[in-house]
Design a protein around this ligand. Sequence first.
Ligand code: P6P
Length: 350
Amino acid sequence: MVKKGVGITITEHIITQQRMNPEATGAFTSLLNELVVAAKIISREVNKAGLVDILGATGKTNVYEEQVQKLDIFAHQVIVNRMKHLGQLWCMASEEDPDLIEIPSQFPKGNYILFFDPLDGSSNIDVNISIGTIFGIYRRPESNSTEPLLSEILQPGIKQVAAGYFIYGSSTIMVYTTGNGTGVHGFTLFPSIGEFLLSHENIRIPEQGRTYSVNEGNYEYWDEKVKEVVDYFKRPDKETGRPYTSRYVGSLVADFHRNLLKGGIFMYPADKKDPKKPEGKLRLMAEANPLAFVVKEAGGYASDGKGAILEIEPQSLHQRVPLFIGSRRDVMMVEAYLSGKIEKPDLKAV
Ligand code: P6P
């Protein structure tokens, strides 16, 4: 019997995408491929974290005064070390670094900008819940500057040329898109051959879900309209498929990935819990924008409750934003209600 091939590798897929783009120079392909190498290294450490002393907090805190887990730092350093010498990046920005990460002078600079959250969901590391790496890639705008300027870096999410994530769970999966109708594709890591193989071709998120994901422990800190939205999803109504099921892992990549495949809405609203985080906990540039780019390409939508996440003009590197993301009909309804376009939450109104 002739053994089947191993299937389509991520490397092959990226090159095929490159060939579809006549101006492609291969720079972007080498950038994505190096990110894949970084993810393989992170995946190996995440999957053996229980066995060696790499678990547990470092005693340090990051720019958000969050306990930084050792794997957070490891993942951050792996990505920076792999990407800095490539010659494809103008600069980088990481959730784990308050400042822009410049390319050391001994390496050539390139024309792409990489935003990343090296290990999102890190509070779940010690309890073996899926965590992930999120990335968004922009092109450096035309300019005569010789050094990266924040004004060049802070672009709306719609300007991304690629975005995606790696989820380190029961298996390691990469999901990415280059936008412009190229689709959203998922690849599963086969440790036995050390390759990501195409496993989820052209992912489309259901127009409407049956799941809502939100931390209801924050209920008393939400404004009244957000409370009404969450109560709406819980209220029985056959015609609109309610009550929805509640699913909340507390790891953005895990919650997002489930909703992307099965449909649903993830919400992290603004809340009054922490005066330092009036816009909620999630960050625009390294979390909301990349996932908004992916979900849009898969037929879904992402909103801050007033408008599209991808249209937001960023004001700072680490700004936070309320996030409603997932199945188009669900998110559009929430945005229509929160922005006053409809009088009450009603899926039949969108
Ligand atoms: P809460 C993990 O710390 C994270 O940044 C996201 O991955 C996740 O969606 C969110 O925070 C969970 O926050 O406040 O519900 O524990």
